[in-house]
Design a protein around this ligand. Structure first.
Ligand SMILES: Cc1cc2nc3c(=O)[nH]c(=O)nc-3n(C[C@H](O)[C@H](O)[C@H](O)COP(=O)(O)O)c2cc1C
Length: 199
């Protein structure tokens, strides 16, 4: 006899922030999306900013709830559909990529009252300074930045030539598990709250 448990999946957009030629982001994103695909409680929409057509200049009027230029609408709809987000970001000069800030600024209401988790990578710091900056911006957009994040120090040695992690069951894998658990909890809690009363 098989006992089936129906778990409603949480819709999560995973945003890949590096748009650089030859970026290491490919390795980190492939690994992370592989782990995400094993979870029965998630639907993942990968939003790779390098492959997403977005204007690089903000419109004249400040972006307001759903009132965006036509070329922003497909992106806004994907953000609207998500109940939670994960940003995969490198650290550039102790900050996060400009392409990510541009994407965050282009839409508004679609981010609100939804959790955002972080996967960062870089040198010895693992990109944590980029994430601390992101947290400030996330709060201004009424996102809920998750405390539990994933930081990958010395990223190029943390993965083998084939893109697999050097220590697949180590601390980084543990931090991914914790981040997913928190993300699912907050995504469900806030989706339920938004249904009861619009934010
Ligand atoms: C403009 C620039 C600035 C960088 N600044 C930092 C930094 O402040 N801290 C850090 O850990 N790594 C820094 N790095 C190294 C990046 O973390 C590393 O190149 C990483 O692979 C970038 O991610 P990407 O290849 O996916 O774009 C910097 C790289 C670039 C290109």
């Amino acid at each position: 006899m098989t006992i089936g448990i129906h778990v409603e999946r949480v819709q999560v957009a995973v945003i890949v922030a590096s748009t650089r030629e030859g970026r290491f982001a490919e390795t980190v994103a492939d690994w992370f999306l592989g782990l995400a695909s094993r979870r029965l409680d998630l639907w993942i929409d990968p939003i790779d900013l390098a492959r997403t057509q977005l204007p690089t200049r903000l419109p004249v009027r400040r972006p307001r709830d759903g009132d965006y230029p036509d070329e922003v609408m497909p992106f806004a709809e994907r953000i609207a559909r998500a109940d939670g987000f994960v940003v995969i970001t490198p650290e550039y000069n102790h900050g996060y990529p400009g392409a990510l800030k541009n994407a965050l600024d282009l839409v508004n209401a679609e981010w609100r009252a939804k959790p955002m988790g972080f996967v960062s990578y870089g040198g010895p710091s693992g990109g944590i300074r980029a994430v601390e900056q992101l947290r400030q911006v996330a709060v201004e957009l009424h996102l809920v930045p998750l405390r539990d994040a994933v930081a990958i120090p010395m990223a190029r040695t943390a993965f083998g030539e084939d893109g697999s992690p050097a220590d697949p069951d180590g601390l980084i894998a543990d931090s991914v598990h914790t981040m997913f658990e928190r993300l699912v909890w907050w995504s469900r809690a806030l989706a339920a709250a938004r249904r009861v009363a619009p934010y």
